[in-house]
Design a protein around this ligand. Structure first.
Ligand code: AMP
Ligand code: GLY
Length: 446
């Protein structure tokens, strides 16, 4: 099977590493790619008039897939999905792992995601969407502090502000409105966050192992939101029935609802969850693998990845064997450019980027062979081990082998979990479904 991966981040490098080890894969290519993917999965040589591929252009993706004779296209990032890249690839007669433009709106529009969740009875934060400053103020009054103010559209993980500061909440909302987007204001969700990925063909859903991501730039969850500064999997503190409960209360109902609407979701459904004092709540959906969670989930998956994604892309997941997992744990630590997330400074030489534990992200190879930083999250380093403490030690030992001028990384990835300090504020009792404790009424399908 010839597999073409679209994207250029650490997630795509991790997908390539996993699929390079799948005996069913005869050729692997990644475009536009980075210095890490280029070594493993060189981009297709497509006659092009201008530079590298623009992933926001579905036609370019479909043309590359056809030219390279791909059997399967795996679309990594949200931008091409929301633009309709999966539709274009499928229209070219090629199997594609990734949802249609309409189904990817689950990530592309927070308002649409809320509508789907309400219709499917999926537990989430109550929210309102506003289009004016007056309505913004009314919504902030209604929900109170801590304020949660979001960009309704795509914002690379940086559109959300959670703050006690009313003025900052107002300013953030005004900036989003000034950019021509609507603003979503919602209930604050307490409790630890979980990223749960599910592979689906639009009907059958297979959940992967849960992970936790670290969204803030600074140690102790301080500073600005980022795309993600580190991750670990599995979660030693997670309630034992978490995955089964989220499957029945969140993942399957969402997939069923999109199919019912005539826009089935084929690809990776990522549920960003909060385990709150009132049970599980969906913070957001993404329509693709998470970054950097993919870097920790895939090394633990024994099941060959390309076969799994091909089964989903061709509607044959019901016949797929149950997923098999390695025991042990994985930890990823992101190394970011100085100034990230506000204003990353790039162009530095990165030393150590070609190590086997590195998943490169914003990198390119200079003609002299050196690796240069080209963006905010430059790479992630993945440590694995028999338990989380060992994986964490391995990850930080590997970080020590990287040099990036002015580079920054968090020193506390997975630390609270290793030290047993992650607390789920609500405990499942006998006979209760964890995701929806008694007193939480399911909203009737609308
Ligand atoms: P999102 O882009 O919706 O995933 O939000 C990014 C991050 O903002 C999440 O991972 C949370 O840490 C935080 N966040 C988003 N929504 C809420 C909420 N309703 N309550 C508390 N924190 C939130
Ligand atoms: N790590 C968060 C995301 O991929 O959206």
């Amino acid at each position: 099977m010839r597999v073409l991966v679209i994207g250029s981040g650490g997630r795509e490098h991790a997908l390539c590493v996993a699929m390079a080890g799948d005996p069913a894969v005869s050729a692997l290519s990644c475009t536009p790619g980075n210095a890490g993917t280029a070594a493993l999965a060189p981009p297709p040589e497509v006659p092009q008039t201008t530079g590298s591929m623009d992933v926001s252009q579905p036609k370019q993706i479909a043309a590359a897939a056809r030219h390279w004779a791909a059997d399967l296209v795996v679309i990594g990032p949200e931008v091409p999905l929301v633009a309709g890249a999966a539709d274009a690839v499928r229209a070219a007669g090629i199997a594609c792992f990734g949802p249609s433009r309409e189904a990817a709106a689950l990530e592309g529009s927070k308002t649409f995601a809320k509508q789907v969740m309400i219709a499917a009875g999926v537990p989430t934060a109550e929210a309102v969407t506003v289009a004016s400053t007056a309505d913004l103020q009314a919504a902030l009054d209604r929900f109170g502090a801590p304020y949660v103010v979001k960009d309704d559209g795509l914002a690379a993980g940086k559109g959300v502000l959670v703050t006690e500061d009313r003025e900052a909440a107002t300013d953030h909302g005004r900036t989003i409105l000034a950019g021509g987007h609507c603003v979503v204001v919602e209930d604050y969700l307490d409790g630890p966050e979980v990223s749960l990925f599910a592979v689906t063909d639009g009907t059958t859903v297979l959940a992967l192992q849960p992970a936790q991501d670290f969204k803030r730039i600074g140690d102790g969850d301080t500073g600005r939101n980022t795309g993600g500064m580190g991750a670990y999997s599995p979660l030693p503190w997670a309630p034992p029935h978490l995955v089964a409960d989220v499957m029945s209360s969140v993942l399957q109902p969402t997939v069923d609802e999109l199919r019912r609407r005539g826009t089935p979701f084929t690809g990776l459904l990522y549920a960003g969850l909060a385990l709150t004092s009132r049970g599980v709540r969906v913070i957001e959906f993404n329509a693709r693998f998470g970054d950097p969670e993919t870097q920790v989930v895939l090394p633990l998956l024994i099941t060959p990845l390309a076969g799994l994604l091909y089964a989903a892309a061709t509607g044959r997941l019901a016949d797929h064997d149950p997923l098999q997992w390695r025991t042990g744990a994985a930890v990823a630590v992101v190394v970011a450019a100085p100034g990230y997330p506000e204003n990353p400074r790039t162009g530095q030489v990165v030393h150590g980027a070609d190590g086997p534990d590195v998943r490169q992200a914003s990198t390119e190879r200079a003609p002299d062979g050196r690796v240069l930083a080209t963006g905010g999250r430059v790479l992630s380093v993945v440590g694995t081990g028999p338990d989380l403490a060992a994986a964490r030690r391995a990850a930080y030992a590997a970080v020590g082998t990287i040099t990036l001028g002015g580079g920054q990384y968090r020193t506390d990835i997975a630390q609270a979990a290793v030290e047993g300090r992650v607390r789920v504020p609500w405990r499942r009792e006998r006979g209760q479904r964890w995701a929806q404790p008694p007193g939480t009424r399911r909203r009737s399908p609308g």
